[in-house]
Structures are given as C-alpha cells and as structure tokens.
Design a protein around this ligand. Structure first.
Ligand code: ATP
Ligand code: MN
Ligand code: MN
Length: 347
C-alpha cells in the first residue's frame, strides 16, 4: 500500500514572490504552501501526499469547504487532498504539526501513519463501461501497473545518476492487461481479473476487437514464452477522452514474460507490440539521469503527443532493461506528473 501520511522533516523553507502571509516548504521532493513562520528547516511534521482522503474528524474540518467528498459505495466520506496553486506557486500535499498524532506515536522520520490517522487513497469513481462479470482479484502472477512518484525518490535519483532511461508519455486512460499463461487467456483492469467473455465490459470489448485472444497465444508460441501486455486504454468514454479519439485505443507500456515475471527489454517489447498489431505509448526519447526532482517535474510539462491541445499527464522513466530497486521495492520505473495537468483536470 502506498504511504500517504508519514512523519517527515522540513528540508527547506522559501519565500513566494509577492506573498506576505504564505511561504513554501520542502518536504521529501514536494513543495507545500503553508502559513509564514509555521515551519523551520529541520522541523518534524506529519505530511499527507496528494490523493489522500482524510477522515471526517474535527481536526480536518477546516478542509470541508474546499475538499469534502461524500461517501460512495466503495469509499467513505472525507477530505480529498489535491494539487492547488496559490499565488502562482504549485502546492502538493498538506502538513500538520506532530501534535496531530496520538501521544506515544513514534516520530522517526519516515514513520508511516496512514492507517493510524485513517487516511485512505482517494480514487475517482469507476467510469461507465468498466463494470461486468469479474473472475477474481488481479492475478498474483502478474505485476500491478502502478508507478512511483519521483517526489519520493530523491535517493533513487542520486543512486542512478548517469544511467540512461527511456522516456514515454504517461497517458490518462485506464489500465488494461491481457495475458496468455499455460493455455489460458485473460483480461484485467487495474485491480480485477475480468470475465473475458462478458462484452458489457469495455476492456473485454477492446480485447475482442483487437483479436488479442488469438494473437497473444500466436506470438507467445512463436517466441516460446507466455506473454502479457499492459496498456493504457484511451478513447471515447474514458477520462473525458482528452485525446479526442474516435475509437477506444490501446497504447502498450509493458510487455512481460509471464513465466519469469520479468519485463522484456525495451527493443524486444517494441517488436512484440508490432507483432501484435498494437501501438506503444508515445516514445519521447532517452535521458541520461542527472536531474533533481524539480528538473524532472519541469520536463514532465508539455502537451500530449496524441493531442497538442491537451496537457500531457506526465512522463514515465525506465531503464532499457528491467532492474530491481530496493527503495521502490520493485522494478526501477517512475513517473513525473505535469503540474499543469493536475491543476487543469484533477477534480
Ligand atoms: P489511476 O489513474 O487509476 O488513479 P494512476 O495513473 O494515478 O492511476 P499511477 O500508479 O499513478 O496510477 O500510474 C501508473 C498508471 O499509469 C499505470 O497503471 C498505467 O495504467 C498508466 N500509464 C499511462 N501511461 C503510461 C506509461 N507511459 N508508462 C507506464 N504507465 C502508464
Ligand atoms: Mn496514482
Ligand atoms: Mn491513470
């Protein structure tokens, strides 16, 4: 589970031009706007990341006017923390004094207090067309498609300085996985294994239209390994169709050897994507890592390759061959989100 609320220290405090009452505070790799004088470098505090859903408790009531989200079937009511802009400064997350924690709580830097505070992850409502019969949870023999935010990866950037990464555009659709394993074909959403015969589900319809049930076994056999593809589904009915597409479209970002639980290298992945008659996510080139968090966030800014009128969501960086990273607790791969995208679309 993602750490949403944790004990952190203030790395720096800087003024905001033309603002008397507020200043910006650096926590991990994030900038957070706060009241002037509230924090000094070295102070400990409780930091809650964007997409935190804070519970309805008296200490969070001041957020009601700006951030209240009513309960849904799948999430309780609460206060949703999102990216905002104050006096021209992007602010991501929220800080509280340590006194927010029950007495006796450990306050070592990095202590995860997400559960203790009852903080949940805010998820957007399930889009239409994403229902349908479910076979089960996301299969354990495949990795989930999450990416870590660069803002929590300062040590990882430091350690991988000089390494070459390929950069892709992060598309804002919905996660799609199709796999072939020991003779079985399957289709999954981000969290569920769907019934691949129930075409009320959009992912299943797209898989059918693209003939993946035939092509995935065919290419797997030819290459002598069971394959899975992970893609972003974009188009009409998905995330407001930002790319203004006429039809549901898959853009692949990962190709896996299911048997070894490993990603194929970048070049082989692109070849397999072509053999499946699919398209990859936009390839933005390569980068030799020598960047700070802020520099990578600046690189994330820009318009989408798929629609020059739409802010792109961000970029994803990966090495050409899969690598394990201990800080990430999985493969080395991370995202930098375009702040302009968050300000525009993140409701
Ligand atoms: P959600 O939109 O469901 O909340 P998210 O986009 O916030 O998810 P993250 O973990 O932040 O999820 O990012 C990973 C997701 O980004 C993947 O699940 C995948 O669906 C999507 N994605 C889009 N484009 C890419 C890309 N180029 N590389 C990797 N993942 C991508
Ligand atoms: Mn996310
Ligand atoms: Mn997404």
């Amino acid at each position: 589970m993602r750490t949403l609320a944790s004990v952190q220290t203030v790395n720096a405090v800087e003024p905001i031009p033309n603002a008397d009452a507020i200043e910006k505070v650096r926590v991990l790799g994030w900038w957070v706007v706060s009241k002037k004088g509230e924090h000094k470098p070295g102070d400990k505090l409780v930091y809650c990341e964007i997409d935190s859903l804070l519970p309805e408790r008296p200490e969070f009531e001041f957020l009601r006017a700006s951030s209240f989200k009513p309960a849904r079937d799948d999430v309780p009511a609460g206060f949703r923390i999102k990216t905002v802009k104050l006096r021209g400064q992007v602010s991501q997350g929220i800080c509280f004094p340590l006194s927010l924690l029950p007495p006796g709580t450990p306050t070592d830097k990095g202590t995860d207090v997400t559960d203790l505070l009852g903080v949940r992850k805010w998820e957007p409502p399930l889009p239409v067309g994403m229902g349908g019969r479910v076979k089960g949870g996301f299969p354990g023999f495949l990795p989930k498609t999450d990416e870590t935010r660069v803002q929590v990866l300062e040590p990882v950037l430091e350690r991988n300085r000089g390494k070459t990464f390929y950069v892709t555009e992060k598309l804002d659709g919905t996660s799609f996985t199709a796999f072939y394993r020991d003779g079985t074909f399957g289709v999954c959403s981000r969290n569920l294994w769907m019934d691949e015969t129930d075409e009320t589900n959009l992912l299943v319809r797209v898989a059918r239209k693209l003939k993946l049930k035939e092509k995935l076994p065919e290419v797997s056999r030819r290459r002598g390994v069971d394959l899975a593809v992970q893609a972003e589904l974009i188009g009409p009915g998905v995330q407001k169709n930002k790319y203004e597409l006429k039809e549901p479209t898959l853009r692949v970002f990962s190709v896996l050897n299911v048997g070894t639980y490993k990603f194929l290298d970048h070049a082989t992945s692109l070849a397999v994507i072509e053999e499946l008659s699919l398209g990859a996510v936009p390839q933005l080139g390569t980068l030799v890592l020598n960047h700070t968090v802020d520099e990578l966030v600046a690189l994330a800014e820009g318009m989408s390759v798929l629609n020059p009128k739409a802010q792109r969501e961000g970029i994803v960086l990966r090495p050409f061959e899969e690598e394990y990273d201990a800080d990430i607790g999985g493969r080395l791969s991370f995202k930098a989100i375009n702040p302009k995208f968050l300000l525009k679309y993140d409701e």
